[in-house]
Design a protein around this ligand. Structure first.
Ligand SMILES: Nc1ncnc2c1ncn2[C@@H]1O[C@H](COP(=O)(O)OP(=O)(O)O)[C@@H](O)[C@H]1O
Ligand SMILES: [Mg+2]
Length: 263
């Protein structure tokens, strides 16, 4: 069976996970896939900003669905057409891309911190979207760290990617997140992705040492990108600088994910 539920988790915030997910989603769309990004980081939403999604206050979000269990499809926003306008009519973008955003208003964020939400309901939402929208992939952006809801969502995944960087704090926190995840579930396929990697780090050495240390394969290594760090792209980096080392690494990762989904 093709794996469609792809969860990206990270042991620490600021690892580069949300930037990576948005870019991989576009790369999968360019490869002809039907993709929904779910911003399940309801405590610190970010995907709406990466995709420059403009919404009215009354518009529905993942939060409205988690509150009531209703209006799921109306909370999913189509992004493909605006992305096609950015790249022009001749670029290959034959797939479709949608976003189920989290509510970025302070009241909504306070509510999830105070009351929480039911991750089981999110799992049902993902399954309904896959079926109802004939999706190839649902990419889920979690809240980082050892929080119970994110770990449960990770345990619902069919493919799980742990996004990390190379500093010692990142490595330490990666170790205990892997430990917690293995205690929750051992059924899903998991691999690591490293991002924000300085050019001084040799990717082959990093792959060898990380595989040995964490007993997990490495699915991709994405370089540090000065323009991403300085927020100097007009749109998504993948579209603005399609030939940059970052963009090439994202396309390679999207291919790896499609491969992992089949095996
Ligand atoms: N490859 C990269 N090179 C340089 N900076 C990056 C890279 N990827 C992400 N960033 C920057 O790092 C910060 C954290 O990224 P973000 O994707 O929000 O991380 P997370 O979702 O893990 O918290 C942002 O300012 C982002 O622009
Ligand atoms: Mg994030």
């Amino acid at each position: 069976m093709t794996k469609k539920i792809v969860v990206f988790h990270s042991a620490r915030g600021g690892a580069g996970k949300s930037t990576l997910i948005a870019s991989v989603a576009v790369a999968l769309m360019q490869a002809g896939r039907r993709v929904v990004v779910v911003d399940a980081d309801v405590y610190q939403p970010g995907q709406h900003a990466l995709f420059s999604l403009t919404r009215k206050k009354s518009d529905l979000t993942l939060n409205s669905y988690l509150d009531t269990g209703e209006s799921l499809r109306d909370a999913v926003y189509e992004l493909s057409n605006s992305l096609r306008k950015i790249v022009g009519p001749h670029a290959p973008m034959s797939g479709e891309l949608y976003l189920l955003p989290a509510d970025q208003r302070i009241d909504a964020i306070r509510q999830v911190w105070d009351i929480g939400y039911d991750p089981g309901r999110l799992h049902i939402a993902i399954q309904r979207l896959i079926k109802g929208m004939s999706l190839d992939f649902v990419l889920v952006d979690t809240h980082p760290g050892l929080n119970p809801n994110a770990l449960l969502i990770a345990s619902y995944s069919q493919l799980l990617y742990l996004v990390g960087c190379v500093d010692q704090q990142c490595a330490d926190s990666m170790e205990y997140v892997i430990y917690a995840l293995q205690r929750l579930s051992d059924h899903q396929k998991a691999a690591m992705i490293f991002t924000r990697i300085p050019s001084s780090v040799n990717p082959a050495n990093l792959t060898t040492s990380a595989t040995q240390a964490f007993k997990m394969p490495v699915a991709g290594i994405l370089p540090w990108d000065e323009r991403i760090a300085a927020q100097r792209y007009d749109s998504l980096p993948l579209l603005d600088a399609p030939d940059s080392p970052w963009s090439q690494a994202v396309h390679a990762l999207a291919e790896q994910i499609q491969h992992d989904a089949l095996h």
